[in-house]
Design a protein around this ligand. Structure first.
Ligand code: EPU
Length: 419
């Protein structure tokens, strides 16, 4: 079992380069199944969820060649197996994208109900509603989902909730459908635009991604043969921006899209941080104890739930009392119990948490309960006085590329230790 051992108390300073977006990568990899041929994917984050996805694609007949650490070539010509390896698909959330892409490719697919971070109930009723509206027959039985169709026909689908996963999944299923599909009340996250751009590069006809109405004109085939570079990860960029705030540091974050980070930038300025933007670079500097702030997580372009634990660390150390209202996931405050072990004063009740800022945190052994909680605990450990040990770091490795290497380059004293 591995853990991260951090000796805290160092303000983070220097430059960090952001990797490709995890949540775009785990949708673009299954999207390659809609191509009958090859494509090259660049700026692919080297993280465990990506490696798992590559394993799944290889098990169902794709040929994957790693060109560099962050670039692969995928040949899907020989994919014919419609049953995904259930033991792997069960392990992570984004395996649900195999349903949309395999339905599109073969009109037949079986996967297990997706796993992933425990953030409370994670229903997929909107995905199923979309597939059924396109003409698929979907059966959920003993933890597995089977979806079949004679043919898929474009239609209008109104999403009852704004869902990243359902928007992408229905988009995947409708790219090769007959006629036009309209997704109304669609999610607008940058990775939705990225998946649409990838599919359009390969020959799809998708318009309106990034707005709440996406129109997909079905095409007969996707050509492949092209290269596509994945968008930078706005959650990784936000994680480093907030780590500058928590440690009173000065970090220049390279390879990010500043527009994607507006909600985070606004909160950092409200908390007294200094933000300088220059092209694809953001510098965040914090010279004093952060001001208190109130946060409400919302779908994009609102403040992202995936940065809620990280900003929770900043608010734990802020001057005054702050509130976070979590409106996406019912159980995303598990990290607060770990921060309390480090001296934070937090009360979490249902979907709200109240932070009475303290002047400093002290190191302690803590447990990463999910991916973003893990990132938050690393930030807390770097900001705290003394030694912090972060356990259950497999969650963190699922979604952050070389996280301790990047923090170490910024001056953090952090080591991965095998127990
Ligand atoms: N929802 C439904 N029915 C559905 C789908 C979603 O009620 O069929 C609800 C969910 O319960 C939730 C809300 O809608 O309350 C939003 O869920 P969404 O479908 O947008 O989440 P997701 O697609 O399962 C993705 C990211 C999450 C991120 C959320 C919200 C991936 C693989 N995961 O999940 O990322 O928190 O969007 O932005 O893209 C992470 O990276 O740490 C992570 C958890």
């Amino acid at each position: 079992m591995e853990k991260l051992v951090i000796t805290g108390g160092t303000p983070l300073k220097g430059e960090v380069t952001i990797s490709g977006a995890k949540n775009a990568a785990v949708a673009i990899l299954p999207a390659t199944l809609l191509i009958n041929g090859t494509c090259t994917i660049e700026n692919l984050p080297n993280i465990n969820d990506v490696k798992l996805y590559c394993e799944i694609l290889e098990k169902i007949g794709a040929k994957i060649t790693w060109i560099t650490r962050n670039e692969i070539k995928i040949d899907t010509t020989n994919v014919c197996c419609t049953k995904a390896p259930l033991d792997i698909t069960r392990k992570f959330r984004a395996s649900y994208y195999l349903i949309g892409s395999m339905l599109g490719r073969c009109k037949d697919v079986q996967v297990s109900l997706p796993g992933g971070c425990n953030l409370g109930a994670r229903p997929i009723d909107q995905h199923i509603k979309g597939f059924e509206a396109l003409g698929a027959n979907v059966v959920v039985n003993q933890g597995n989902i089977t979806a079949t169709a004679k043919k898929l026909t474009g239609t209008s689908i109104y999403m009852d909730v704004v869902s990243v996963g359902a928007t992408i999944n229905v988009m995947l299923a409708s790219v090769l459908a007959e006629g036009t599909t309209i997704i109304d009340n669609a999610a607008k996250e940058p990775h939705i635009v990225d998946v649409a751009n990838f599919l359009n590069t390969m020959g799809a006809d998708i318009r309106g991604a990034g707005t709440d109405m996406i129109k997909i004109n079905g095409v007969k085939e996707l050509r492949g043969g092209a290269s596509y570079s994945i968008v930078p990860d706005q959650i990784e960029a936000g994680t480093f921006m907030l780590s500058a705030m928590a440690t009173k540091g000065d970090i220049t974050i390279k390879n990010c899209i500043t527009k994607h980070l507006e909600s985070v930038t606004a909160k950092i300025i409200e908390m007294g941080g200094l933000v300088e933007e220059d092209g694809d670079t953001i510098r965040v500097k914090c010279t004093k104890r952060p001001n208190r702030a109130n946060i409400k997580t919302l779908p994009y372009p609102g403040f992202p739930t995936d940065l809620q634990p990280q900003i929770g660390v900043v608010l734990s150390l802020a001057d005054g009392t702050s509130t976070i209202n979590e409106s996406i996931w019912e159980s995303r405050f598990q990290y607060t119990q770990e921060l309390v072990k480090m001296g934070a004063k937090i009360t979490a009740q249902g979907k709200s948490a109240f932070f009475e800022g303290v002047k400093s945190l002290s190191g302690a052994p803590v447990c990463s309960t999910d991916l973003r909680a893990g990132a938050a605990l690393i930030i807390a450990g770097i900001a705290a006085n003394g030694k912090t040990e972060v356990y259950n770091i497999e969650h963190i490795d699922r979604g952050y590329e070389d996280i301790e290497g990047k923090f170490r380059k910024l001056g953090a004293k952090i080591e991965r230790v095998n127990e």
